[in-house]
Design a protein around this ligand. Structure first.
Ligand SMILES: [Fe+2]
Length: 403
């Protein structure tokens, strides 16, 4: 009751109410003066009365006009507020206002619907309580960046709905400041992009599957390399993730690993399956396989990075081309070589050595690891060898890996 009373007290007096108060006061003052004039000054009665009535009518008309103008402005203000309210309430995107502690001050129906709640249930709750734990550092980082730029665009977050379902949203965040530039709240526009992400992922999976089918077809020509591309892709992805590379880099590496040897399609089966050492001419043909597929990929939009990873997946880390195991095409060394190429190089060696080749039996896991350790820092990127060995040492890998 007391709270309701306080709310009523704070409510500002409307212009219509004010109009009648002033109108009444003016009428009282004018009639009061008239009475004083008639009774105490004894001037000619009728003339004075008529002229005073006319004067009163004019004054009242002016007051009326003045209040009509004020009332119209108030009406226009109300209409403008109503339009803004409708804009926010009927927006297809979720709109939410947070205080500086991240508590929800206001939210529209679209935002409530994204999370599966009633709008009123959200008021006063912490926005972060809906964010998945893994994305909380991202939220913190975003708020820090916001203090410098006052605007943050397209931040992707995973949120939990009322049914404990994980959804992906994209949000734009703005910092609100008062007239002195002091921050007092955040506003956020939120779009549910779960379906878009699922479709995109499905498309990428379908594309990878198509690429792998092509790789499988190519591998049919050389039975010893059956399943090689798929194993290299999975292991290269595991290494890239363990190195905390960003999602786009991991996607490019997956794609490049799936396609890395498909350029061998231009090499004859007799060379691929040759049980003896290759001649220098045959070796030259083998060395052309990364460039062959890299060139072909140039026809596919947005594949420049994948093409570059494939082109350099046989470079030596030290860049040497005149060694027992020369790198090719011999254009880059060290960190100049794309990280994806360095990963595929190490993983490719591991899988090739532990597989049967036409000219030798499969090497043991121990021998292969020894080769990787010996070549770390010269043939291979030392850090990547270390990461691969950590992955291979994991209990679930130890059982599945070649002995
Ligand atoms: Fe290769």
């Amino acid at each position: 009751m007391e709270r309701k009373k306080q709310v009523r007290q704070r409510k500002p007096i409307s212009l219509v109410e004010l109009k009648w108060v002033v109108f009444g006061l003016a009428a009282w003052a004018i009639f009061g003066l008239q009475l004083y004039y008639f009774y105490f000054r004894s001037l000619p009665f009728m003339d004075t009365l008529v002229s005073q009535i006319i004067r009163i009518i004019i004054i009242f008309s002016m007051i009326e006009v003045f209040f009509r103008i004020l009332t119209r402005k108030e009406h226009q203000l109300k209409q403008s507020e109503e339009r803004y309210r409708n804009l926010v309430e009927n927006a297809a995107s979720g709109i939410v206002m947070l205080d500086l502690n991240g508590l929800i001050l206001e939210a529209n129906e679209a935002f409530a619907s994204i999370l599966g709640y009633n709008r009123k249930e959200l008021l006063g709750r912490s926005f972060n309580s809906f964010v998945s734990k893994e994305d909380l550092p991202k939220v913190k980082k975003g708020l820090k960046a916001l203090q410098e730029r006052t605007f943050l665009k397209n931040q992707e977050l995973k949120l939990r709905t009322s049914q404990n379902k994980e959804i992906v949203v994209e949000r734009d965040l703005s910092l609100l400041t008062d007239t002195e530039g002091k921050p007092y709240a955040f506003t956020s526009i939120i779009r549910d992009i779960t379906l878009r992400k699922e479709l995109k992922k499905q498309l990428e999976e379908d594309f990878i599957a198509t690429v792998e089918t092509l790789a499988d077809l190519e591998e049919l020509r050389d039975p010893c390399s059956a399943g090689h591309s798929e194993r290299v892709r999975k292991l290269a992805e595991a290494v890239a993730r363990k190195m905390n590379l960003d999602d786009n880099q991991v996607k490019d590496i997956r794609m490049a690993a799936a396609l890395h040897d498909i350029g061998k399609i231009k090499i004859s089966e007799s060379i691929l399956s040759k049980p003896t050492s290759l001649t220098s001419q045959e070796m030259q043909l083998i060395k052309e396989h990364p460039s062959a597929i890299a060139e072909a990929l140039n026809h596919i939009p947005r594949s420049a990075q994948v093409s570059r990873i494939i082109k350099y997946h046989h470079e030596r880390y030290d860049g040497r081309i005149n060694a027992d195991f020369p790198g090719y095409p011999g254009e880059l060394r060290g960190e100049e070589i794309p990280v994806g190429s360095r990963i595929i190089k190490v993983v490719d060696v591991f899988d090739t050595m532990t597989s049967i080749r036409p000219y030798r039996p499969a090497r043991s896991r121990r021998e292969t690891i020894e080769e990787l350790k010996n070549g770390a820092g010269t043939r291979y990127d030392e850090k990547i060898v270390r990461v691969l060995l950590e992955i291979l040492d994991a209990p679930e890998r130890r059982d599945n890996s070649p002995k």
